[in-house]
Ligand binder design. Structure first.
Ligand code: NAD
Length: 444
C-alpha cells in the first residue's frame, strides 16, 4: 500500500518505519528541514530502541522515503497518517493548529480517493473538524478530472510507549479504528492485519469513541500512577512500606501488577498534556472531571518531592551545595525530556543556589538544548558524583540499578542518596553506609 506519514517525530517515524517493514511504500513528511536532511543522511534524530535496524533496512531497500514536500507525498499515497504535534494551548486544551493546517493543505492536493487518518492524540470532535478543513480547501473536479476526489477521515489513535515503541507498534495490544466508512475500514483492516497475527484485536467504532478512548487510556494510567504516589506519601507518614503495599494489592487481578510503582511523578509528552486536555474537553461539555484535576495538582507536587526531601535534609541551606543527578529523560530507554521531573528538579536546585552535575545515557543532548550550560554534563555516572554533597536519582535507567557503591562513596563528599525511583533496598543501603531516602519507604 502507498502511505504518507505527516510529522516525523516519535510517533511518525516509528509508524512510517514499521509500515515500511511490512512491505508498504512509505513517504514521511516534516516541515523541519534539518530533521529531514538528517534522515536522508541515514541518521535517526531520536533514540528509540530497535528502530535503527528497521530504519536502515527499509531506507536502503527503497520502501522508506523522507521529504519536506507535502504534495509529493499526498499525491502518491492513498493512506495519509497525521502524526503531528497537539501540544497544550494556554487553557490546557489540545492545540490543533498543525493538524488543521495540514488537513487544509491536503484538501487542495486530493487527486483520487484518500484516507486521512488522525494518529495524533486529538480531542473528541477533531475528525469532524479535519473533514471540514479538507472539504473547505478541496478543489472541485476539473473538467480534465485531475483534481478533486473522494476521501474519508479516520481516527486511529496510537498507544505506543516511547522506549518500547517498535515492539508496541509491531505487536499492539489492540488497534482502534474510528470510522463509519466501510471502504476505509476494509483498507485499514488489511493494512493492520500483519501486525495482528497473534490474534490481538482490531476494534472498529465511531470516530468520537476512538478519540476519547485514547484520552481515557492515558488519563487512567496517569491516575493509577498518581494513586500509588499518594499511597506512597501516606506510607511515609504512617511507617508503612509502599513496596509491601504494592505487592499486596498488585496480586489482585482486578488491580494488576503494572503501573503501581511509586515515584516522582509522570512526565513525558503525553500524560501531562493529555490529562489537561481531557479536563478541558470536559469543561467544554460543562462537566467537571474532578478526579483528573486532582491528578494534575498531585503530580505537579510529586515532581518536586525529591527536592523537598533534599531541602528538609539540608535544613533549607542549599546554596553552594553540589548535587549529582542520575537520569534526565522522563523515563528510561528514551531521550525524551518533555515534562521530565528532572527539569523541575534542576530548576528548583539552581534557584536555591545549588549546582548540578548530571548524567543520562541518552538524553544529555536534549537537556543541553533545553537548559544549556546551567548544569554540568558528566562523562559517566561516577564523574557526576565527583565532590557531590548528595546524589538524586530521577530516572530508572537499568544502568543505575547495580552501581559500584564503594566507588560512589569514595568520590562523593558524603554518602547521601535521594532516590526518586526506588532503585535500591533501603536495608542494604544502610548496611553499605548510605543515608538513603526513597519514595514511600523507610529512610535508612
Ligand atoms: P513530535 O513532536 O516528536 O513530532 C511531531 C513532528 O511533526 C515534528 O517532527 C514536527 O516538526 C512535525 N510537524 C509539525 N508541524 C508540521 C507540519 N505542518 N507539517 C509537517 N510536519 C510537521 O510528536 P510525537 O511525540 O511524535 O507526537 C505526535 C502526536 O502523537 C501527538 O499528538 C502525541 O500526543 C501523539 N502520541 C505520542 C506518543 C509518544 O509516545 N510520543 C504516543 C502516542 C500518541
Amino acid at each position: 500500500m502507498k502511505i504518507a506519514v505527516i510529522g516525523t517525530g516519535y510517533v511518525g517515524l516509528v509508524t512510517g518505519t514499521c509500515f515500511a517493514e511490512m512491505g508498504n511504500h512509505v513517504i514521511c513528511v516534516d516541515i523541519d528541514e534539518k530533521k529531514i536532511q538528517f534522515l536522508l543522511n541515514g541518521k535517526l534524530p531520536i533514540y528509540e530502541p530497535h528502530l535503527d535496524i528497521l530504519f536502515e533496512r527499509n531506507a536502503r531497500q527503497g520502501r522508506l522515503h523522507f521529504t519536506t514536500n507535502l504534495s509529493e507525498a499526498v499525491e502518491n499515497s492513498q493512506i495519509i497518517f497525521l502524526a503531528l504535534p497537539t501540544p497544550p494551548g494556554a487553557d490546557g486544551s489540545a492545540d490543533l493548529s498543525a493538524v488543521l493546517k495540514v488537513a487544509g493543505q491536503i484538501g487542495s492536493l486530493i487527486n483520487e480517493y484518500k484516507i486521512i487518518i488522525n494518529k495524533s492524540t486529538v480531542p473528541v470532535g477533531t475528525a469532524e473538524k479535519v473533514r471540514d478543513a479538507v472539504l473547505k480547501s478541496i478543489k472541485p473536479v476539473a473538467s480534465g478530472g485531475e483534481r478533486g476526489g473522494d476521501f474519508d477521515v479516520v481516527s486511529n489513535p496510537e498507544f505506543l510507549r516511547e522506549g518500547f515503541a517498535v515492539d508496541d507498534f509491531m505487536k499492539p495490544d489492540r488497534v482502534v479504528i474510528g470510522t463509519k466508512s466501510e471502504r476505509a475500514g476494509k483498507i485499514l483492516s488489511d493494512l493492520y492485519a500483519p501486525f495482528l497475527r497473534q490474534g490481538n484485536p482490531i476494534y472498529f467504532m465511531d470516530e468520537r469513541s476512538a478519540e476519547l478512548t485514547k484520552y481515557a487510556a492515558n488519563a487512567f494510567l496517569a491516575t493509577k500512577i498518581t494513586f500509588m504516589n499518594e499511597i506512597a506519601n501516606l506510607c511515609e507518614r504512617t511507617g508503612a512500606n509502599v513496596d509491601m503495599v504494592r505487592i499486596g494489592i498488585g496480586s489482585d487481578s482486578r488491580i494488576g501488577k503494572r503501573f503501581l510503582f511509586a515515584g516522582i511523578g509522570y512526565g513525558g509528552s503525553c500524560f501531562p498534556k493529555d490529562v489537561k486536555a481531557l479536563v478541558q474537553t470536559s469543561r467544554e461539555y460543562e462537566y467537571d472531571f474532578e478526579i483528573l484535576s486532582s491528578v494534575i495538582s498531585i503530580n505537579d507536587r510529586q515532581k518536586l518531592l525529591l527536592f523537598e526531601k533534599v531541602k528538609s535534609y539540608f535544613k533549607n541551606q542549599l546554596k553552594n551545595k553540589k548535587f549529582a543527578l542520575w537520569g534526565l529523560s522522563f523515563k528510561p530507554d528514551t531521550d525524551d525530556i518533555r515534562e521530565a521531573p528532572s527539569l523541575y528538579l534542576i530548576e528548583a536546585l539552581l534557584a536555591s543556589g545549588a549546582s548540578v552535575a548530571a548524567f543520562d545515557p541518552e538524553a544529555m543532548n536534549n537537556m543541553k538544548n533545553s537548559v544549556g550550560d546551567k548544569i554540568r554534563y558528566a562523562s559517566d555516572p561516577y564523574n557526576a558524583l565527583d565532590g557531590a554533597d548528595a546524589l538524586l536519582i530521577a530516572t530508572e535507567w537499568s544502568l543505575f540499578r547495580t552501581p559500584e557503591f564503594d566507588r560512589m562513596k569514595k568520590v562523593m563528599k558524603a554518602p547521601l542518596v535521594f532516590d526518586g525511583r526506588n532503585l535500591y533496598d533501603p536495608l542494604r543501603m544502610k548496611e553499605l553506609g548510605f543515608h538513603y531516602e526513597s519514595i514511600g519507604r523507610p529512610v535508612s
